[in-house]
Design a protein around this ligand. Structure first.
Ligand SMILES: [Zn+2]
Length: 303
């Protein structure tokens, strides 16, 4: 059985920085991933940002967007939920070493990232900033990166809505899926996404009359993931939850695909003009990346 995203060894990003934090960013609020990382003693050679960029599995490495000169990645050892970083593609240690185009792209990513975070997580504020040099608190001092940390009033007590029904390690994949969808919408203009709805037993998928996955459009300001949930409920689901991500592992243009599990009053009763198809049938229509993601998810133990 394939490992689930949260069972994989975490891709280490900025663990040292977390430890060397000296006050310019908020105190760590929770750190289950870091604790596991420290306990496992996992280390890697080379630059973690260059290593992540060289890999081609953006879901595993938590890369949210790849640009010509900069990329956006979630911090696996976050100061707070939704902690992301804007990083130049080139291995430079200080803005002094970066060319103007590189700095311009990093700067241009800031507002879309903030807007995506607002829609996905409704923070009340942000901490933004760079630590340049180890003495300033940079754990990865050789490769420049800008932190964006969402904040909530009393966020020591903050728990995302999903936390009530989700074990803590699932927060990062769920947050990733939501942020990637919203950032893709910011950067590529899409207000539609594809939702793949599985029955609770993960054996069948909801498809339209033509056997296609469901598409949903979000209204202005509405988070894409919430639009997809609304759509599923409108179709008669009595319960649905964001279960994961299916689709290309590259953060490229095009409709992102979110994976939901849903319970309908009767698994045999499909909403009008829709039908449940065996998952195996639907898988034959998906591209390779999406198929791999769905197969991995559906092979996990059903709830
Ligand atoms: Zn590097």
């Amino acid at each position: 059985m394939a490992a689930t995203p949260h069972e994989r060894e975490p891709a280490p990003v900025d663990a040292d920085e977390a430890q060397s934090h000296r006050g310019d960013l908020p105190q760590r609020l929770w750190a289950p991933w870091r604790m596991r990382y420290v306990a496992g003693g996992l280390r890697e050679s080379g630059c973690i940002f260059c290593n992540r960029l060289a890999e081609n599995d953006d879901v595993r490495t938590l890369i949210l967007h790849r640009g010509d000169r900069a990329f956006v990645i979630m911090n696996l050892f976050p100061y707070n939920t939704g902690h992301v970083m804007i990083v130049p593609n080139a291995h430079v240690s200080s803005p002094e070493d970066a060319d103007a185009e590189m700095l311009a792209e990093m700067s241009a990513l800031r507002a879309p990232v903030l807007r995506a975070l607002r829609r996905a997580m409704a923070p009340e504020g942000f901490n933004l900033g760079m630590n340049v040099g180890a003495v300033a608190g940079a754990g990865v001092a050789d490769h420049l990166h800008e932190h964006i940390v969402p904040r909530w009033g009393g966020d020591a007590n903050f728990m995302p809505i999903l936390a009530a029904t989700t074990v803590m390690p699932e927060l990062i994949p769920v947050t990733y899926a939501k942020l990637r969808a919203e950032l893709g919408r910011e950067l590529h203009g899409a207000n539609r996404l594809t939702s793949l709805v599985l029955t609770a037993d993960r054996m069948r998928a909801l498809a339209d009359a033509g056997g296609h996955q469901l598409c949903v459009a979000a209204s202005v300001g509405e988070p894409l993931w919430r639009a997809a949930l609304r759509d599923i409920h409108d179709r008669g689901a009595v319960h649905a939850e964001l279960a994961g991500w299916a689709g290309s592992t590259r953060a490229d243009p095009g409709d992102p695909t979110l994976l939901f599990t849903a319970t309908f009053p009767s698994a045999a009763a499909a909403p009008a003009n829709h039908r449940f198809v065996d998952l195996a049938v639907l898988l034959s229509d998906l591209d390779d990346d999406a198929r791999a993601a769905v197969e991995q998810f559906s092979s996990e133990t059903a709830p």
